[in-house]
Design a protein around this ligand. Sequence first.
Ligand code: GLN
Length: 494
Amino acid sequence: MSTLTDLTLAEARDALAKGELSSKELTEAHIAAVEQVRPLNAFITETPERAMEMAERADQRRASGEAGVLEGIPLAIKDLFCTEGVLTTAGSHILDGFTPTYESTVTANLWRAGGVLLGKTNLDEFAMGSSNMTSYHGPVESPWKRRGDNRKLVPGGSSGGSATAVSARCALGATGTDTGGSIRQPASFTGIVGFKPTYGRCSRWGVVAFASSLDQPGPMTRTVRDSAIMLRGMAGYDPKDSTSVDLPVPNYEAALTGDLRGLKVGVPKEYRVDDMPQEIEDLWKAGIDWLKAAGVEIKEISLPHTKYALPTYYIVAPAEASSNLARYDGVRYGLRVEGEGDLTSMYEATRGEGFGQEVKRRVMIGTYVLSAGYYDAYYNKARRVRTLIAGDFKGAFAEVDLILTPTAPSEAFAEGEKMDDPIAMYLNDVFTVPSSLAGLPAISVPTGLSANGLPLGLQLIGRAFDEETVFRVGAVLEEASGFDALPAWLAERC
Ligand code: GLN
């Protein structure tokens, strides 16, 4: 494998800026890596010709002194972002053949910053899942293997294709979307950095909607610095998204000062869940020690409504999903199955065939909790509890600047595991969902290996729109942990 794919995004950017490398060379190397990684099924669509054209234009812009912050950098895009002229599937059969005539704001921002599109990555259908097993386009395999065990592992989900692409080093960065953990949990499973920005920081316009009050795009990269660079290229106010927030986008990289003196970090006692593996508890303790050594004051805090977060999420998210997914009717785009000839039968046949089992489960739960008889008992109750959860964080942030927790309650599991038990699957999100409900920024940083040799991540949650402190502390955790393990996929090639 070419050593060009071993460069981090920041290293590649610097080499491009010094003229040591062209985007054409860098992009060619990544296209070759994308081809090699095909057995892992990380991409639904590869766009090598478009990538080479974009690389050429990036080199020209650089030559004329117009380089953007991601000029010439090859990126992978979760197949939930609409890309003009490029098939966009959301991992679903129902979007068969859907080629958008418009570009999502986030991807448009990335191309304006100079990014190069390598292809569209696989995901759980409509971003519903934690394993990347529910995609109509087949499961994604993680590049990691347990020590001495050849079973195929999941990369996590729903942004599993993006996580695999970055971890297997065929893209310098990838976009993900996070509704309840879909950036952070796969980042933790594959040993990369996943960042969910504050709700409103990145535009949702042109991102296929799952749960609109929770969905948030964010970067998936190998390092915290890369994450900071990429987020700057994605974020920004967008008048086309009414929940986008009109705030200037800081230079996040400048926040990576390494100086944590005076910061207070909270450790929530409610995140000590039953049956959490000892090694995750130990890693959390190590994280506390690393931060203390960097001059941080650690405080135990309480987020008393944490235990209601998962049930709340699994009412709010399906409710919004059932409403958002009502638009797939076979009329204007995507799959159409004629049924028995009349309109209702066409709707039924199209939706019956077009949606997978997990999507149907959520549409049914969502429709149920929004129905006239149950709206108050479930949906309205969940909305009230959500406010209490957000209030817990508000209280905590009066005392501390950040919150440290594990990202996920387990290491990556094998393909097929937990598939027959939706609740076991939903438990993956226990640590990521509360901050999603509260709309707060959070990062997963790879900081350790399990006894099986699999990556484990720690999560930092910050105040709304204070992504800079999250990055600053995340970079110190990353450095202190010295995490440098390689997935089996790469180790075998060295
Ligand atoms: N795993 C969670 C779910 O299935 C989160 C998904 C996401 O963040 N998109 O809903």
